[in-house]
Design a protein. Structure first.
Length: 164
């Protein structure tokens, strides 16, 4: 018969619990490293999605516009774009700022490409037939983080307004 005291039993159970907690925390850490990898496509889609959700109305026109824009920008198929938009929606829901996304765009896109992105944001904002102040504010913040100067920001807005 085993001669165990309550203290020995407590220590054994405590050791097992600590081991399981360590394994769990290690798995969380590995998952977070995987989740830190962000594609340029998803980062761009997050910026689009931020404009969509700014006015709290996600219309079919906006969704179709996002799909077309991402397919044209990155040469992707509809299934790939739908997966990217789903990932972008999840990213945007958990995001606390835009820097993570704009820094990736800044790193990989030229100034001309970043200006095109802001034009796309304006087109998206106008795609439902109206521009809300919060959409305009969101685009302004994103344009600043994409290092567009005020003249470039205004020019993108006027270009889209004149095309409408």
């Amino acid at each position: 018969m085993l001669d165990l005291t309550y203290s020995d039993l407590f220590c054994a159970i405590w050791g097992i619990m600590l081991t399981r907690v360590r394994v769990f925390l290690k798995s969380l850490n590995q998952d977070s490293v995987v989740n830190q990898v962000l594609s340029l496509e998803v980062a761009t889609a997050v910026l689009l999605f931020e404009v969509i959700r700014a006015d709290e109305e996600y219309t079919d026109e906006e969704k179709k516009y996002c799909q077309k824009m991402l397919m044209a920008q990155f040469g992707l198929g509809r299934d790939e774009v739908d997966a990217i938009l789903a990932a972008a929606e999840d990213e945007a829901f958990h995001a606390t700022d835009y820097y993570r996304y704009t820094s990736l765009v800044n790193k990989h896109f030229t100034l001309g490409q970043r200006i095109e992105i802001v034009e796309k944001l304006w087109q998206l904002a106008y795609s439902d037939g109206k521009l809300d102040a919060i959409e305009e504010h969101t685009i302004r913040k994103i344009a600043d983080l994409l290092h567009l100067n005020h003249q470039e920001y205004i020019q993108t807005k006027l270009t889209v307004q004149n095309a409408s």
